[in-house]
Ligand binder design. Structure first.
Ligand code: URA
Length: 426
């Protein structure tokens, strides 16, 4: 087999056999297919797509590229969660401690975006930590789904992330190898998400539910709106700080709502509660009683971190904090998530190329939300920067992303749809 033939076949809209897909993944992961050929194949997939058997083969080959986590000793139910990627999405840092405090172990392998958090446990330590501390979150180790790690880095740098089948395979390969038995997927829908509308979101959700079914995992999908950033903070340390505030009972209500909705599903799927509403109530109870915060301290200590992070200590601060000041008056019509994300990217909070190093201190904190009235001179946000140059550019970008208008704005639902294991709406 030759990669160039498979690229040409896919470019022409032909279907691969399972053997061909497996070969491609295996050879690429072993370093025998160069990045440029794999990038070309990924681009061909972006224009021609993958059918269900190709997607199944891709996911299975990705899972088989590395080790599996074995959490069977922890108990019959271990929870995991994944988001298809939203701006300011720090929900896992709240959800994990909340469900762990409710008695449901939480084991999550995060994607590349969270790699900076220093979550370098190996698989054996991960398994032990879930058992002893009730939760663990690790970055992708080289041994777990190495195919996704390599593919995702390439996709990130070649504008090939936003393809439904590639997203489904990427997410589900990690979830299947990650060893958890009940999984909730937060499919983001909107301007700041990979899936722009509910229809596209449901299509992605159904692809992932099907992959879950074929691998015997209990999987549900929540579709949530991602037009504006989630919460007020975007950027690594800034988001951790916001999540910790939430665990202390003082965070933004939108993050809380998504976290409680996801928790409700996980607690119901594992049989700890019988209804979704009871799950939400249990989650709120764990947060309000301080038990979730205590679970978070146990988790951080178990992974060798400093548990005083829970109190907002020990996180890096950017040296330059510049306000974004409103020039006009009006009502905030929207805060474009993509614009805020782009500002954060140029500040150094994300990667533009696969080798870029993330600056954990930089980012944006909003001081207004959609629907707020503002006057000239009001502070709309703060830019947290490493240099005055990046601060100046980011201030303009953030200002452009916060759209003012005359009209009052209507409240929009944050949770758009919830799909059960069989794909039915709940
Ligand atoms: N999150 C992932 O883990 N993979 C994708 O491809 C997109 C979002």
């Amino acid at each position: 087999m030759r990669a160039v033939d498979l690229i040409a076949a896919k470019r022409s809209g032909l279907r691969h056999t399972a053997r061909e897909v497996t070969w491609l993944v295996t050879e690429f992961t072993a370093g025998r297919i160069p990045d440029y050929q794999m990038a070309a194949w990924l681009m061909a997939v972006c224009s021609q797509g993958l059918d269900d058997p190709e997607l199944g083969a891709l996911t299975t080959a990705m899972v088989a590229s590395g080790e599996f986590v074995d959490l069977s000793a922890v108990g019959p139910w271990v929870a995991d969660k994944h988001s298809t990627g939203g701006v300011g999405d720090k929900v896992s840092l709240v959800l994990g401690p909340v469900v762990a405090a409710c008695g449901l172990p939480f084991a999550k392998m995060s994607g590349r975006g969270l790699g900076h958090t220093g979550t370098d446990l190996d698989v054996a330590e991960f398994e032990r930590t879930v058992g002893s501390a009730g939760m663990a979150i690790i970055g992708q180790t080289p041994s777990l789904v190495p195919a996704d790690k390599q593919l995702y880095a390439l996709r990130d740098a070649t504008a090939t992330v936003e393809q439904e089948a590639l997203i489904a395979a990427s997410i589900m390969s990690k979830k299947i190898a990650g060893g958890s038995t009940c999984i909730v997927l937060d499919v983001k829908v909107g301007e700041g998400a990979f899936t722009p509308d509910l229809e596209a979101g449901e299509r992605l959700a159904r692809l992932m539910l099907e992959l879950g079914r074929t691998h015997n995992r209990s999987v549900r999908c929540v579709l949530s709106r991602m037009d504006e950033p989630l919460g007020l903070a975007v950027g690594n340390a800034l988001e951790v700080r916001e999540a910790m505030k939430l665990l202390a009972g003082d965070g933004p209500p939108d993050v809380r709502e998504v976290a409680f909705t996801l928790a409700g599903h996980l607690l119901q799927m594992s049989g700890l509660v019988s209804t979704l509403e009871a799950g939400r109530v249990a989650a709120a109870g764990a947060l309000d009683s301080g038990e979730a915060q205590a679970a978070c301290r146990r988790w951080i200590a178990a992974q060798g971190g400093d548990p005083t992070v829970v109190d907002g200590r020990g996180l890096p601060d950017a040296p330059i904090v510049t306000p974004v000041v409103s020039v006009g008056a009006g009502v905030v019509q929207t805060i474009r998530a993509r614009g805020i994300a782009q500002a954060c990217l140029l500040l150094g909070a994300g990667r533009a190329t696969k080798t870029d190093v993330i600056d954990p201190a930089v980012g944006v904190t909003l001081t207004v939300r959609r629907g707020d009235s503002v006057s000239p001179g009001d502070i709309l946000a703060h830019v947290h920067a490493r240099t005055t140059d990046t601060a100046a550019v980011a201030v303009t970008r953030v200002g452009d992303a916060i759209v003012l208008g005359e009209e009052p704005v209507r409240a929009e639902a944050l949770i758009l749809a919830e799909l059960d294991e069989g794909g039915s709406r709940l």
